[in-house]
Design a protein around this ligand. Structure first.
Ligand code: PMP
Length: 344
């Protein structure tokens, strides 16, 4: 892979914005270099633009070098950035699986990049050959999501590997739900595949969706490109400090995952007993895709009773399906009770 050939010329050639904090990194007694207000101690100073302290902590947990980590405002930020780094508007294209997480297409549209969808097979899995056939010399990125949203399943590892080996561009594997999965992350394969970008997030298993912190993992060369195009202070100090404490709570997080996996099992068993449930798809995420037939009707009846699930009826291959997130034990019971009481 020739990184320079893949990256947009303007991005490759440009100089990144250099902030006061980039130009002087050491300790000093008087800081008069960033036009900050000196009178509101604690929050008056710009934060570390590259969030090194937090990255060092994440690096330890993930057993990866901090230089291979990018942190953003949710993983939605690196999704947008990777497109802006590699894809020339109205010239390049992106190939992605269908159905999948909607933001890949939204970001492609915003950036005026052709977005090519490759339908998953009947098991919601990929065929590497089919995906590769949709690429051409203008394809810069392939988006894969494993476990996939909204289908919940892991994509076949061997097929992902084939794509990584055969494709000359960047392959993004979005692992937002990997902590709930029975297989391990692709993080350990970054050295083997210099074209791999792995996305993870604090919004799911870590229970921090409101805090907005997402991670991209890739070679230091690719991470440098992310750093070049991001806003200078893209992760605020409240998030940096708060998550620095939260990442210590590994045991608590493990317990939460246990609880949610048990909740998933409970929902699977109870949903299977309902007469209108036609199919519960295998899942490796914290949600279940459930085929109910009249998804619109059941969605509406549930919503009328104050229970909101996601109606995926109009999504490719998901006609008649609801996507149900695993909640607390109480929420799960309420869902099942409400579904059982529906007049269908
Ligand atoms: N990837 C996938 C597959 C998702 O489902 C989501 C959120 N639903 C995200 C990324 C974005 O997560 P966040 O921006 O909260 O990190």
């Amino acid at each position: 892979m020739n990184l320079q050939q893949l990256v947009r010329k303007n991005v490759w050639d440009m100089k990144a914005y250099s902030s006061a904090r980039d130009e002087f990194k050491g300790e000093a007694s008087v800081f008069l270099d960033a036009n900050e207000n000196p009178l509101n101690d604690k929050y008056n100073r710009y934060p570390d633009p590259l969030q090194w302290k937090l990255k060092e902590k994440i690096a330890r947990i993930k057993d990866i070098k901090a230089e291979k980590i990018f942190l953003g405002n949710g993983s939605d930020e690196p999704i947008d950035l990777v497109i802006r780094i590699f894809c020339d508007p109205r010239m390049d294209n992106i190939v992605a699986i269908d159905p999948t997480y909607g933001m890949y297409q939204v970001c492609a549209n915003v950036n005026d990049i052709e977005y090519r969808k490759v339908l998953l097979n009947e098991n919601f899995d990929i065929d590497a050959q089919k995906i590769l056939e949709r690429t051409d010399d203008k394809t810069k990125l392939i988006f894969l999501c494993s476990p996939n949203n909204p289908t919940g399943n892991l994509l076949n590892r061997k097929e992902i590997e084939k794509i990584l080996n055969a494709f000359d561009g960047i392959v993004i594997v979005d692992e937002a739900y990997i902590d709930f999965a029975s297989e391990t992350t692709w993080l350990n394969d970054l050295d083997k595949h210099p074209n791999l970008v792995v996305l993870q997030t604090f919004s799911k298993a870590w229970g921090l969706a409101a805090v907005r912190l997402g991670m991209a993992f890739a070679s230091p060369e690719i991470i440098n490109l992310f750093n070049k195009v991001k806003y200078p202070y893209n992760v605020n100090i409240l998030t940096q400090n708060f998550v620095s404490e939260e990442v210590e709570k590994l045991e608590l997080r493990r317990q939460w995952i246990d609880i949610l996996l048990k909740g998933r099992e409970y929902l699977k068993n109870e949903l299977a007993k309902l007469p209108f449930v036609e199919r519960i798809y295998p899942t490796d995420a914290n949600f279940l895709l459930v085929k109910v037939g009249d998804a619109n009707g059941i969605y509406k009846k549930l919503a009328d009773k104050g229970v909101i699930v996601r109606n995926r009826n109009s999504v490719s291959l998901c006609a008649g399906c609801l996507r149900i997130t695993v909640g607390t034990d109480e929420e799960n019971k309420t869902l099942i009770k409400t579904l059982s009481s529906l007049d269908i």
